[in-house]
Every structure is written in C-alpha cells, then in structure tokens.
Design a protein. Structure first.
Length: 283
C-alpha cells in the first residue's frame, strides 16, 4: 500500500503504469490551499489590499496546473457533495473573487490597488513565504505570477519544513501560502482552530468577536438544517472579510495491492481511518 493520501495525479498515474492491477482511489481529503496575509503588518493592515489579493486569483488555473483538474473551489468548509457544510455553488459564486469572470475580478482588484496609489509605475514588492517542498512551492510560484496582474511583485521565500509552522505561528511573515486542514469536516473543529481570536493556528490573526458569537450559535444549534445555514453565513462573511482567501481544495490518491482488503479511504480528513482494524491480506 502507498502512504495514504500521498499521491498527486502524476504519481497515481505512475503507479498505475507500473502496476496496472493496483487498486487506486483519489478523493477530497479535507485540505485546502490558502493565501496567508499578515493583517497586522503595513500595508496589509489595509482591508482593501487584502481584498484585492483575494480578487486576483484564477482558481481554476491553479487546479488545472497543480492538480491536473483534481481539485475543488470552495470556501472555508469542505465543498459539497463530499463536504456536509460547504457553501452551495450559487452562494460561492456570489462572493468576491469566487465568480467565474476572472477579468472582472482582477479589474476590481486593480481599482482597489489604484485607490491607494499603486499602479503600473508604482508596484508593491512583497516576499511570499512558503514551505520548501514541491506541494507548497509550486502553488506559490503560480500565486506570484497571478499577483503581478494587480501591481504586486512577489519574491519567493522558501522556508525549511522544521521552521515553517513556528514561523507562521509567530506571524513572522508578510504574505504566504499554506496547506491547511482540520481533524474532521466539522465547523467546530475548523472555525475555532483557524479563525478564533488568539488561536495558535489562526495564522493571519483574524479576530472578529461578533462573528465568534456565531461560532457559538452554530455549535449549540440542534437542528441540522438551521445549523448549516448559520455555517454558510459564517463562511460567507469570512470570505468577504478576506480572512484567509481559499484558493482551492485538494484531492489526493491512495493505491494498494489487490490482495489488501477492507480499506476505506476517508473523504473528510487525512487524519481519519488510520487504524486499519478491518484491513486484511488474502495471502
């Protein structure tokens, strides 16, 4: 068996070419690629600049280039149909930067940048930090290329793995891109861990006490449909605030020999399904 949830599309194809009898599954794993912006460091303490960056991305291009089409566009929560709490497509498409008209999104982003004096003759230079492995570097390079469309010139700043998470936890960066997820596709796990005031994994230091009251409301709501609508409203507001703009959600693969039985590949988190208590070999 391959290491679970470790195969990108090219690697899965390579496994199948060398071992056609292999059983392979590729699916969503509860991970997303997001833009990190240190909202406490000028000039990114300006909400217009953060919003402009979120408007600049061609999310479909990221998915086509990095994942060969095996990815999903979504908000904070894992997109449906696998995700139980993700924003419906009609709500997602109405949010800043998530609609299909990339040219219009970027035109709006340039207007925001020009409002604060940036333009073709005055560009904003930033370092874009990311972890020094291909799964992080490749999207960061695409991000830098796309940010050029809105007068932002990014320089890739690669950080060794051992230093990466302590660095972003200390907020020791200006702009970055990170791969993040949660223990399970559940709003309590995700909102409190990534968006609650003072949370260690709240890497952008987003803090909205009023919205945090809604985290509590959805958590105690017993009616599933009512809770879902509260979650959608929270997700919508997080995207409108450019709290941590989501670029795309990952799909990854797992392969095993036909003689391995009883494997269930989880679709809501890479952290589940590791016990293999029902797995067995027929020889």
């Amino acid at each position: 068996m391959t290491f679970p949830y470790s195969l990108t599309v090219p690697l899965l194809k390579d496994v199948k070419s060398q071992m056609p009898q292999a059983i392979c599954e590729m699916g969503p794993v509860g991970l997303n690629r997001a833009l990190l912006v240190n909202r406490d460091k000028p000039p990114f303490d300006n909400p217009d600049l953060r919003r402009a960056m979120g408007l600049s991305f061609d999310r479909t291009a990221f998915i086509d280039i990095v994942t060969q089409g095996q990815g999903d566009i979504g908000g904070v929560m894992q997109p449906p149909p696998e995700g139980l709490w993700g924003l419906p497509p009609e709500i997602l498409a109405s949010l800043p930067g998530y609609g299909p008209d990339v040219a219009a999104n970027r035109a709006a982003a340039r207007q925001l940048m020009e409002k604060h004096g940036y333009g073709p003759d005055k560009r904003l230079a930033v370092k874009v930090a990311t972890r020094n492995i291909p799964q992080f570097r490749d999207p960061a390079v695409i991000m830098i290329d796309q940010l050029k469309q809105i007068y932002i010139d990014g320089e890739l700043d690669v950080v060794e793995t051992a230093n990466w998470y302590p660095k972003v936890a200390r907020k020791d960066y200006m702009v970055g891109t990170n791969l993040s997820g949660s223990g399970v596709d559940d709003p309590d796990a995700y909102f409190y861990e990534h968006y609650a005031c003072g949370s260690e994994r709240n890497y952008t230091n987003y803090c909205n006490p009023e919205l945090e009251k809604m985290y509590e409301r959805q958590s105690i709501e017993a009616d599933q449909e009512k809770r879902k609508k509260l979650v959608w409203e929270i997700d919508r507001r997080l995207q409108e605030d450019a709290a941590r703009p989501m670029v795309y959600h990952y799909r990854l693969g797992t392969c095993w020999y036909p003689r391995v039985h009883g494997i269930t590949v989880m679709v809501n988190s890479i952290f589940n399904g590791w016990r293999f208590e029902e797995a067995w070999l027929d020889k």
